[in-house]
Design a binder for this molecule. Structure first.
Ligand code: FAD
Ligand code: NDP
Length: 607
């Protein structure tokens, strides 16, 4: 068969360029390609990568690409059909704070909405969680006829909840309230030093903490939120259906109500906002005996001695509050703490947790969970240590699996609507739009996006404004701030130190850092609770701050404010010229002077 000519390969490349939102021609061994891919990965940029040294006809494609772009090197990057250039162009755009503008270049909705359609609704939203509710309410406020379906499948233990999704019922809200319960234990220990006549050590004993009372009070707050969400929907004129939805074609949804009756509705546009559920381990006893974050916040009996499996957000936060409430807590870590986060900070948080008597089982994976005793319940968890190659067993009253979440798309019939899904069940999107132009996905169900409530809300709200309000605003997924609510909170924005070095090169990165003693911990003589913060800066661009990290009391509150500065492209000198608020932990960001490269002691001086 005759070899295909240059014109054929040019046509192939032009088609690839036209089809993709962000397209990176790369080579697996090229260090500059690795930098760009890493940047896109950590900044949640959905890009398509073509590895020229791996694809069939890579040489022909490379030649055609050179002809089209007049660029001989890789990476060779295209955005919405336009040629962007190579690694330096992308890094310069990022470090000048222009990447989000660049990503929007030429972006437009492929879906034309007409009022005069024959569907039941202008918009059907599947999922009444953070993203779905925000999207539905915004659309209704802009005059759209909206239907929102929400249904909670019970956990294997039978736990169920009301309207509002993960955040309100089994996520952020009960988690933060239990974190607060744990912090209060610490503050009760501090109180006598400030003159309060309370029993010292109360925060350290499980009998001093009334689990049932806490759960009951938190759950009644959640019930009030569930109620207010329902009334909000009603007053916004949104049709709320408590039914489990599935696609039967690209515009039609069949739903099953609680009483088993089935109905069909149709929508001109459909938003998938079904979120995710905890992923169970595939080991004997997992579903029978273990609980997850779906169950812990409404557990009627105190958990007792607990093994938490996992080492990321959910695991560390739960281990943190359980231990502070006085329950002997173990945390089983397969590899590292807080994958994807700055590892110096992750280990700092881990060390702080060890000082707070949380027992880590490193390099261990569970292999079986057995029921040992019925009352009180006791389970034996068998595990193997991947470093020592030995096996072990630990006996606990509660096993909490926190090994990640999976999108709730298995029974959604996305195939009947022609919506593409990844193997894991996530939905690839370009600015929330799926491959089917009138079907959108927001929140945790999206591929490659951080699973956080404010992102789901922002994406849903802005999507509705574009669809029904003529807006051109898109959700910005870059430099998203976040906080891990461990006993010592860890807040972060932007790049970790190691990612910054990998993307820009070690020689271009400087780190300003300090450890500090929070003033409120001095009088009670807390020994093990020093804070630590650092700014990761780009030396070549006026010390633009690429990453901000803080382990401190109230790190969540601190980080939120600085997120605005980061969004505006703050440089180190902007932090220096900002007047601090004294006496706070946060003001320390305005006085950072010790660089890592100087090797000087990073502990802060006195006030
Ligand atoms: P969800 O809120 O999960 O809502 C999806 C809804 O759709 C659910 O009610 C679900 O039952 C329903 N549904 C699913 N399938 C169907 C169907 N077929 N038909 C009808 N309805 C359906 N984020 C933060 O920002 N800060 C935090 O502190 C924080 N803490 C967390 C703590 C824990 C323990 C967990 C698990 C998560 C936490 N998160 C936190 C993450 C946050 O909760 C999620 O990112 C957020 O809730 C995602 O919103 P969503 O709208 O995508 O989905
Ligand atoms: P993650 O996916 O972040 O972490 C999963 C953890 O489980 C990792 O430590 C992983 O280890 C471990 N793990 C995975 N599989 C296994 C296995 N088979 N055996 C042993 N360990 C395993 O999930 P989370 O549930 O912690 O969090 C889900 C999302 O919810 C987060 O990404 C976050 O976006 C959101 N969230 C946000 C919070 C906040 O804003 N404060 C709080 C809680 C959740 P390894 O590193 O080895 O893969």
């Amino acid at each position: 068969m005759a070899a295909k000519g240059a014109e054929h390969w040019k046509k192939v490349v032009k088609e690839q360029i036209q089809k993709s939102h962000v397209l990176v021609y790369s080579k697996t061994t090229c260090p500059f390609c690795k930098r760009v891919k890493k940047l896109f990965d950590v900044q949640q940029v959905a890009s398509q990568v073509i590895e020229l040294d791996e694809v069939e006809n890579g040489d022909e494609i490379k030649k055609a690409l050179e002809d089209i772009s007049k660029q001989k090197t890789v990476p060779n990057i295209f955005l919405n059909g336009a040629h962007i250039g190579g690694c330096d162009n992308v890094l310069a755009t990022f470090t000048k704070g222009l990447l989000s503008d660049m990503l929007l270049m030429g972006t437009q909705e492929r879906d034309q909405f007409t009022k005069g359609h024959s569907y039941d609704y202008d918009l059907i939203v599947i999922g009444g969680g953070s993203g779905g509710l925000a999207c539905a309410k915004e659309a209704a406020s802009l005059g759209a006829q909206v239907c929102c379906l929400d249904f909670v499948k019970p956990s294997p233990l039978g736990t169920q909840w009301g309207l509002g999704g993960t955040c309100v019922n089994v996520g952020c809200i009960p988690k933060k309230l239990m974190h607060q319960a744990a912090l209060l234990g610490d503050y009760m220990n501090d109180a006598p030093f400030f003159g309060w006549n309370v029993d010292t050590k109360t925060g350290e004993k499980s009998e001093a903490h009334d689990w049932k009372k806490m759960v009951s009070n938190i759950q009644s707050h959640i019930s009030s939120l569930n109620w207010s969400y329902r009334t909000d929907l009603r007053s916004a004129g949104i049709k709320y259906i408590n039914g489990l939805a599935e696609f039967i074609d690209p515009h039609a949804i069949k739903y099953k109500a609680k009483n088993g009756t089935e109905s069909i509705i149709s929508g001109a546009r459909i938003v998938v906002a079904v979120g995710g559920r905890p992923r169970y381990l595939d080991i004997p006893g997992a579903k029978e005996y273990a609980i997850t974050s779906d169950d812990i916040f409404s557990l009627q009996e105190p958990p007792g001695r607990t093994l938490v499996i996992g080492a990321s957000y959910v695991a560390l936060e739960c281990a943190g509050f359980l231990s502070k409430m006085g329950f002997m807590t173990f945390c089983m870590v397969r590899s590292i703490l807080l994958r994807g986060f700055d590892q110096q900070m992750a280990n700092y948080i881990g060390d702080n947790m060890i000082k707070k008597r949380i027992n880590f089982l490193h390099s261990c994976v569970p292999t079986k969970i057995r029921l040992v005793k019925d009352s009180p319940r006791e389970y034996a968890v068998e595990y193997s240590n991947t470093a020592s190659k030995k096996t072990g067993e630990i006996t606990v009253n509660t096993v909490l699996i926190a090994t990640g979440r999976e999108p709730d798309t298995k029974l959604l019939g996305l195939d009947k609507a022609g919506v593409e899904m990844t193997k894991s069940g996530h939905i690839p999107t370009v600015y929330e739009q799926t491959n089917v132009p009138h079907i959108y996905a927001i929140g945790d169900v999206q591929k490659g996006k951080m699973e956080l409530t404010p992102l789901a809300i922002q994406a849903g709200k802005l999507l509705s404004r574009r669809l029904f309000g003529g807006s051109k605003d898109y959700c910005n997924y870059l430099d998203v701030p976040t906080t891990v609510f461990t006993p010592m909170e860890y807040g972060t924005i932007g790049l970790s130190e190691e990612d910054a070095e990998e993307i820009f090169g070690k020689e271009r990165i400087e780190v300003y850092h300090t450890s500090f003693k929070p003033l409120e911990y001095t009088v009670p003589q807390r020994q093990d609770d020093d804070g630590y913060m650092k700014l990761v800066v780009d030396k070549e661009n006026g010390e633009r701050v690429l990453g901000l990290h803080v382990a401190s009391p109230n790190a969540g509150e601190i980080t939120q404010g600085y997120a605005v500065a980061m969004r505006l492209g703050a440089k180190k000198k902007d932090f220096d010229s900002t007047i601090g608020i004294h006496p706070t932990c946060s003001e320390t960001f305005t006085t950072l002077r010790v660089t890592k490269s100087s090797g000087e002691d990073s502990s802060a001086g006195n006030c």
